[in-house]
Design a binder for this molecule. Structure first.
Ligand code: SF4
Length: 373
């Protein structure tokens, strides 16, 4: 639950879910909402895949998924798992053997739909492998690949069909006394996704993996995901998220974090509050923010920074941020620390100076957190 009773209009009541483990990352219950992404390299190219996993982890990914389409990928998976700083989810479709191999290779979770991998004996083998290797399972219902009997029953992919599909897969795991699972009901349409997720959230207490599938490119996919996932998260639904973009996995992680940060559900790095700029700006706000976003990427401590073009909104925004800069006149502006006007700084030296101030504040916050432990 993310609660802020001082400002009750910010409260989000998280749906109560069971907690499972994906490697060493708890998912569900009161665990922080985990951010995931997926590699898009060839899994058999171990070096490229590991580099992508590491970059995603550096950007904040808690969990990374890797496709395992063939036996060679299963072999590569073992090395990838060994090198990865975060738990790896193996993405399996239909091939029960791949599921077993991935569990043996050390995957922390299998993304596999038990109803789609063949007869009961095969399902049992995969579940046994998962159990033997401490591997959880994600049931991944997708509107684009619903079972034939459900499409016949409902006529087209609809929320009820997706929920029913999810519950059928859940039943198979439960019948085999396997409970370490989470579930997703993804669609590329935000309305369909949102309705399906609300349905599954009511029908089970399993942790929920949120995603809008095939969301699109960086800008359109970000907007679609922010609307779809943002709406669900705001309702308290979702224990782990993956933003799907036709873009670098690092971008998916950044967008995922921004969605969670906007809702106050996770905090990481510098939250920059900046104005859109206009003729009143005392310095080039857009270029400055671009540069600061890049130069402050290494800061992981949650903190806030306001970069505001002029005094219309600058002092007010600075009141609520750890560090602030407000454009003034004559080539300089005011630096604010902890909400108070502190000193003037020239526009030329401002970027370096703000970076220094933010680094100093981050070090202070880290030291305070360490001494509190
Ligand atoms: S804060 Fe000032 S510079 Fe920025 S948009 Fe508003 S009026 Fe323009």
């Amino acid at each position: 639950m993310s609660l802020n009773h001082v400002r009750p209009w910010r409260d989000i009541y998280r749906r109560k879910s069971r907690q499972i483990m994906v490697g060493n990352v708890p998912v569900g219950g009161d665990a922080p909402i985990a951010v995931q992404t997926m590699t898009n390299t060839l899994t058999t190219d171990v070096a490229a895949t590991v580099a992508q996993v590491q970059a995603a982890a550096e950007a904040g990914a808690d969990i990374v998924r890797v496709s395992v389409p063939d036996e060679a990928s299963s072999k590569a998976l073992k090395e990838i798992v060994r090198e990865s700083p975060v738990p790896i989810v193996a993405d399996i479709h239909f091939h029960y053997r791949r599921g077993i191999e991935a569990a043996e290779a050390g995957a922390a979770c299998l993304r596999i739909n038990p109803g789609n991998i063949g007869d009961e004996a095969r399902v049992k083998e995969v579940i046994k492998a998962a159990r033997d290797h401490n591997c959880s399972i994600r049931i991944g219902v997708n509107a684009g690949s619903l079972e034939k009997h459900l499409l016949e029953k409902y006529g087209e992919p609809c929320p009820e069909a997706m929920v029913e599909s999810g519950l059928e897969h859940i039943r198979i795991l439960q019948d085999n006394d396997f409970h370490e699972f989470k579930i997703s009901v993804k669609a590329s349409d935000v309305f369909l996704s949102a309705a399906a997720y609300q349905g599954i959230a009511e029908a089970t207490d399993a942790p929920i993996h949120l995603g809008i599938t095939e969301a699109g490119g960086l800008v359109s996919g970000t907007i679609k995901s922010a609307i779809g996932l943002g709406n669900l998260l705001w309702m308290g639904i979702g224990d782990t998220i993956r933003v799907s973009l036709s873009a670098d996995p690092v971008e998916e992680v950044k967008v995922g974090f921004e969605i969670l940060k906007s809702l106050g559900l996770r905090h990481r790095g510098v939250n920059i509050i900046s104005c859109p700029s206009c003729a009143r700006q005392g310095f080039d706000v857009i270029k400055t923010v671009e540069s600061l976003e890049h130069r402050l990427e290494h800061i992981k401590t949650p903190m806030s920074l306001s970069i505001i073009g002029c005094v219309v909104n600058g002092p007010g925004e600075a009141l609520m941020t750890d560090v602030g800069f407000t454009g003034g006149g004559a080539g300089s502006g005011m630096v604010y620390l902890a909400g108070k006007a502190s000193h003037k700084m020239s526009n030329e030296q401002m970027i370096d100076h703000i970076v220094e101030q933010v680094e100093k504040k981050a070090a202070e916050l880290e030291a305070a957190a360490e001494s509190a432990e």
